[in-house]
Design a protein around this ligand. Sequence first.
Ligand code: DGY
Length: 330
Amino acid sequence: MTADRNLRVHVTRPIPDQALDYLKGQGLDVTCPADDGPPSREELLSSVEDAEAILSILTEKIDGEVFERARRLKVVSNMAVGYDNIDVPEATRRGVAVCNTPGVLTDTTADFAWALLMAAARRVVECHRFVQDGRWEWWGPKMMMGADVHGKTLGIVGFGKIGQAVARRATGFDMKVLYSGETAPETSKWGEKVSFSDLLQSSDFVSLHVPYRPSTHHLIGREQLHLMKKTGFLINTARGAVVNEEQLVEALESGEIAGAGLDVFEKEPQVHPGLHRLNVVLAPHAASASLATRAKMATMAAENLVAVLRGEEPQAIVNPEVLEQCQSPK
Ligand code: DGY
């Protein structure tokens, strides 16, 4: 792509084949580790040294130190809708485009929020373990009683694409849907906008769909958990640090809320030991993990990256001002 050498792309983890093949088919010099596990910091830093582009995933911290080492960098394309692993202001300052993958994972993530909600309410994991461990010896009228889902109130915090997809699914369960969020539309055919505190007080299930940023750090803590119903469930497929995990454990222990379904944690892959409880369903940040969706995310990330390298507009960019700067006459 340049006179003396092909442009170099470093893909920080093995991604679905079609995306890697697409990149290689663009005449790029593509490097990617063979191991699925995370690279050490030094491995990451040395791999990006002469790269024009990085295709990253959400656990790779792309910060000033990375930008300092990757002096030829033009684009960081994250294979995720969230981009809190990237120092975007620093990228912008250095004229590096940051891309993400909104849209392609919306429905898959919404499906999984529902899977957690249903599993937590109806004790699915506990039932499974009970049968699998050979503990099921007789049928009892009071065995494994959980909470109904149909006809209840679902509160959705953050009403972007994923929040709305979760809301749409609630119609099949005859649920009342409430939603809140500073940027949420005033009206929606999928629910009623209310204040955050009204939502917490009135909902049987509270599902979180806000991005992680300083303003959403510990959005749910002791005070908010106290507002929730004692029979309420908290579902988190957004980002772990939106919830104060320590205070969630306290609320679960003291019976302030009935249970939780959690896909994301404050210090992944560590999970607070207090969350290993029967009334908490745990998953390893897997909400977008369907074969089809992960392939779409990887392909979109690869296409975004190539578009930026070619001076074209990517499908999604977090800091469009970087492209504007490149295009505007000097
Ligand atoms: C994202 O895309 O931000 C999810 O957390 C992973 O799919």
